[in-house]
Write a protein that binds this ligand. Structure first.
Ligand code: BDR
Ligand code: CA
Length: 311
């Protein structure tokens, strides 16, 4: 399966990228960077650092939008550190950024590849995806599916009481993507807050004994500093790799086809993903909204796959 990962690395983005690169079922056509956890210059840099960690300098990396469609950028250094990838000590990238803009790459790729063969995996704010759909509406029916990390419903918000970070940063972009008529799978906090990196799971990454295993253990323990204090849980959630894991092993997840609408007006609930879980409106379903996952199955899959990356 061919995918493009749209990303704002981010330690959990890095793990999602590594999982995709480690999985033979998946062909990563490129990485498109977007501003989110940290500004674009850093997310475009971090995406290349991750490719080099996996020894995949052949993966093209494109820089995209440096700010949301309408609003000033909100970042999350308080979670991810100053670089966005704090934790491991990884070298500066030597591979070049591609000249083309990420949005042009998305459009060209979807027009070039046979319709229905390319899946988009957005794991940051949805600005690049919304821009591509706006500039080239003809690509919408060509997208096999969008599998995104974002939103929350029963689990409520992580950046405001009602909004999850990726949707909150660019709610207008999210509303455009949820309204585009493309098949959608949504991995919200409801699911990702169950993917907790407990101590034994972090030790299993380190025990791989490879540069990737060590780096992932260091990245996840960096995230833990913030998340443990915030949630009081026994490990930090590993959000973004849930998207790639759903592509590889959907049987590890359960959810419902529901209508999801994004709040773009209310100052109180801006960026909330209003999921009609109980079917109390006549709004047509537009997304498979995941509510639960088999956390042990997810971590065994992830650890086994990361172990395949070069020693
Ligand atoms: C999402 O926000 C970012 O901080 C993470 O990388 C993830 O994509 C979780 O709310
Ligand atoms: Ca992310």
């Amino acid at each position: 399966m061919k995918i493009v990962i749209d990303t704002d690395p981010g330690q959990d983005d890095a793990v999602a990228i590594l999982l995709a690169l480690a999985s033979p079922e998946i062909e990563v056509l490129g990485l498109t960077a977007v501003a989110g956890n940290v500004p674009l210059e850093l997310t475009a840099r971090n995406a290349r650092i991750v490719c080099e960690l996996a020894n995949r300098r052949d993966i093209p990396v494109f820089a995209g939008a440096s700010r949301p469609l309408l609003r000033p950028l909100v970042t999350a250094e308080h979670v991810h550190g100053r670089t966005g990838l704090d934790g491991p000590d990884l070298p500066d990238p030597t591979m070049a950024l591609q000249d083309a803009h990420a949005v042009d790459f998305l459009i060209d790729t979807l027009r070039r590849e046979p319709a229905g063969t390319v899946t988009l995996v957005p794991i940051g704010p949805l600005t690049n995806i919304a821009l591509a759909l706006r500039l080239a509406p003809d690509i919408a029916p060509r997208i096999a599916r969008i599998v995104l990390m974002g939103g929350a419903y029963f689990e409520v918000g992580n950046i405001t009481p009602t909004a999850e970070f990726n949707i909150y940063v660019d709610p207008e972009a999210a509303a455009a993507v949820f309204g585009a008529g493309v098949p959608l799978t949504v991995l919200p906090l409801d699911a990702t807050h169950k993917a907790l990196v407990t101590r034994p799971r972090a030790e299993a990454f380190a025990a791989l004994g490879t540069p990737v295993g060590r780096a992932v253990a260091q990245m996840t323990s960096f995230s833990e500093r913030f998340d443990l204090a915030k949630y009081g849980s026994d490990g930090a959630p590993l959000h973004d790799p849930c998207t790639v894991a759903w592509l590889l092993a959907p049987e590890l997840f359960s959810g419902r086809e529901v209508n999801v609408a994004v709040e773009t007006a209310s100052p109180l609930t801006l960026g909330m993903t209003v999921a009609d879980w109980w079917g109390v409106t006549d709004r047509a379903p537009n997304a498979l909204f995941i509510g639960d996952l088999d956390a042990d199955g997810f971590f065994s899959l992830l650890t086994e796959r990361l172990g395949r990356l070069p020693a």
